[in-house]
Design a protein around this ligand. Structure first.
Ligand code: DX5
Ligand code: ZN
Length: 217
């Protein structure tokens, strides 16, 4: 499978959000990544439902919504109504994870589970039958522009094997510190979806950076 690129708006110019979404619409990016932070699960607050709703009005690509919030069950249907196509919850924030991901699917979204750098992929062995994607965090969640943690390559390899051995159709997404210097190795290691924020929006030519992340040339 050709890998996908999910462009994270966290690093975009919020004063010109409409133009930023239009740029992503016209680019080779596949998805639009939206980071929801509650100031409790992670030490930062980003943006919430009204921003997702507004982005949805002009987005021409699926919304890949990453919830970094405690007890996400409270908001699943509201993110669906706001326009999320893929909804990812953090493993560490869910007490009844199988119920949560089943509800995400019942609402008509694709279900993802994100794991922090310290969380072993082996903990997902009984969850893989119920989800569409695993998001391996390659930084500690909460902020854009952090340094990629290279130890995560082993997690990607191990998860790829678990997915293959079980015969599941589960995508592997990675998020945090991804740029044109590590994208190729990530895809070669088994990543299906690359999230990138800072490396796209802080570059001289974001459209061209997206093209490089997509084509790996
Ligand atoms: C971090 C977020 C990421 C963030 C990635 O907590 O989950 O999606 O936007 O940003 P970069 O690509 O700048 O590391
Ligand atoms: Zn994210």
């Amino acid at each position: 499978m050709n890998h996908l690129v999910s462009s994270s708006l966290l690093a975009s110019d919020f004063l010109n959000l409409g133009n930023e979404v239009t740029m992503v619409n016209k680019s080779l990016a596949d998805w639009i990544h939206l980071d929801i932070m509650d100031g409790v699960f992670v030490p930062n607050i980003s943006f919430g439902l009204p921003v997702v709703e507004h982005v949805k009005k002009i987005a021409e690509k699926p919304l890949d919504v990453h919830l970094m919030i405690i007890d996400p069950d409270r908001y699943l249907s509201r993110f669906h109504d706001a326009g999320a196509n893929i909804l990812t919850v953090q493993y560490e924030a869910c007490v009844h994870l199988q119920r949560t991901v089943t509800e995400i699917r019942r609402l008509g979204m694709r279900a993802g589970v994100a794991i922090n750098p310290h969380t072993p992929v082996s903990l997902l062995v009984n969850t893989l039958p119920f989800i569409d994607m695993v998001l391996i965090m390659t930084v500690n969640p909460g902020f854009g522009g952090q340094i990629f943690i290279p130890e995560c390559y082993n997690k990607i390899r191990d998860l790829k094997k678990m997915i293959h051995d079980g015969g599941y159709k589960v995508l592997i997404e990675t998020d945090g510190g991804i740029d044109t210097t590590n994208a190729t190795k990530l895809v070669e290691t088994g990543v299906d979806v690359l999230v990138a924020g800072h490396s796209i929006f802080s570059s001289q030519n974001p459209t061209e950076t997206i093209r490089k992340l997509k084509t790996l040339k």
